[in-house]
Unconditional design. Structure first.
Length: 270
C-alpha cells in the first residue's frame, strides 16, 4: 500500500480519469480496477446525490449519455438507479454494469488507491453532498488518501469549513472568466492542487500553481505530447482517460532522462 502522506508530497501521481474511461465504462468498478491494474497511484471519480440521499458515482447531471434515461440523477431513487445498465454504451462486454455507491468504492479501493473525488453540483452547496462524503471519509479513516476536487469553489469552501485538514483540488476549464472568478477564493481554501484541462497547460499555469504552492495536476491528459509537456512543466500529477498509455509514456519519459521510478518518485510502499 502506498503511504499516502509521503507519496503525495514526493511522487508524480498518476490517476485514471473516471477510473479508466477510455478503457472501460466510466465511473464503474471495472474502470477503477483497470486503473489499479495499470499501475495508477489513484483514481478520479465523480460524486452526486440521488433523490433518496445516497452518494452515487456519476459524472453528468443527467443519465442521457450513458443510459436511455434523460431525467437528472437527483430525480431517481437509489433502487431505480441500481436497475440501470451503465456498461452497454461502452461495449456489450460490460452489459449489466451498475452505478456504484461511493461507499462501495471507498470500501474496495480506499486502501489501494489515492482517491480524487470530484464533488458535483452547480448550486451554492450540493444538497449536503460535502457533509456526506466527508463523513464517509472519516468513518473509514481515509483523510490522508483523498483529494476533494470541484469546478465549484463554493462547494470546496463548504468542504474546507467542515474539515480544514482535507486536501482540496480546484478544477479549471479553458474559460476566460472561470480562472479569474476562482482567484478570489484561493486565500480562503489554499488548494493542495490545481487541475487545468490540457489546453491550459503552459508556463503561466505552471507558475500560477507554483506561486500558490499548489500541485499542478492536469486532467484528461491523453496524448503523449500533452503528457510530456505536463511533465516538463513540473506537474505533480496527471489524470488520464487511458491509464495504460499514461503509465507507458511516463515510464518512457523517466527512462529517457535516466530516472528510476523508485528513486526519482521516492514512493514508499509497505
Amino acid at each position: 500500500m502506498i503511504k499516502f502522506a509521503q507519496s503525495m508530497s514526493e511522487k508524480i501521481l498518476l490517476f485514471g480519469h473516471r477510473g479508466a474511461r477510455g478503457e472501460a465504462p466510466e465511473n464503474t468498478m471495472p474502470a477503477f480496477q483497470k486503473a489499479l491494474d495499470a499501475g495508477m497511484d489513484g483514481i478520479e471519480l465523480d460524486a452526486r446525490i440521488c433523490r433518496t440521499g445516497e452518494v452515487v458515482v456519476v459524472h453528468d447531471a443527467t443519465l442521457a449519455r450513458i443510459t436511455a434515461r434523460r431525467l437528472p440523477v437527483m430525480a431517481y431513487s437509489l433502487s431505480e438507479l441500481k436497475k440501470l445498465d451503465v456498461g452497454s454504451h461502452f461495449s456489450e462486454k460490460y452489459q449489466g454494469e451498475r452505478i456504484p455507491l461511493l461507499e462501495d468504492v471507498l470500501e474496495l479501493f480506499g486502501d489501494k488507491l489515492i482517491l480524487d473525488i470530484e464533488l458535483k453540483g452547480k448550486n451554492i452547496y450540493a444538497f449536503g453532498l460535502e457533509d456526506r462524503v466527508i463523513r464517509m471519509i472519516h468513518q473509514r479513516g481515509l483523510q490522508e488518501r483523498v483529494i476533494l476536487s470541484s469546478f465549484n469553489p463554493l462547494i470546496l469552501l463548504k468542504a474546507v469549513s467542515l474539515d480544514p485538514s482535507l486536501k482540496i483540488g480546484l478544477n479549471f476549464l479553458n474559460d476566460f472568466w472561470q480562472p479569474l472568478r476562482k482567484l478570489w477564493f484561493f486565500p480562503f481554501m489554499r488548494p493542495y492542487s490545481v487541475h487545468p484541462e490540457p489546453s491550459m497547460l503552459d508556463e503561466k499555469m505552471a507558475e500560477f500553481a507554483r506561486k500558490r504552492k499548489a500541485k499542478l495536476i492536469p486532467w484528461q491528459v491523453n496524448e503523449e505530447k500533452d503528457i510530456c509537456r505536463a511533465l516538463e512543466l513540473g506537474a505533480g500529477g496527471l489524470i488520464s482517460d487511458f491509464p495504460t498509455r499514461l503509465k507507458k509514456v511516463y515510464n518512457e519519459w523517466c527512462a529517457r532522462r535516466g530516472l528510476s521510478q523508485s528513486t526519482s518518485a521516492k514512493v514508499a510502499r509497505a
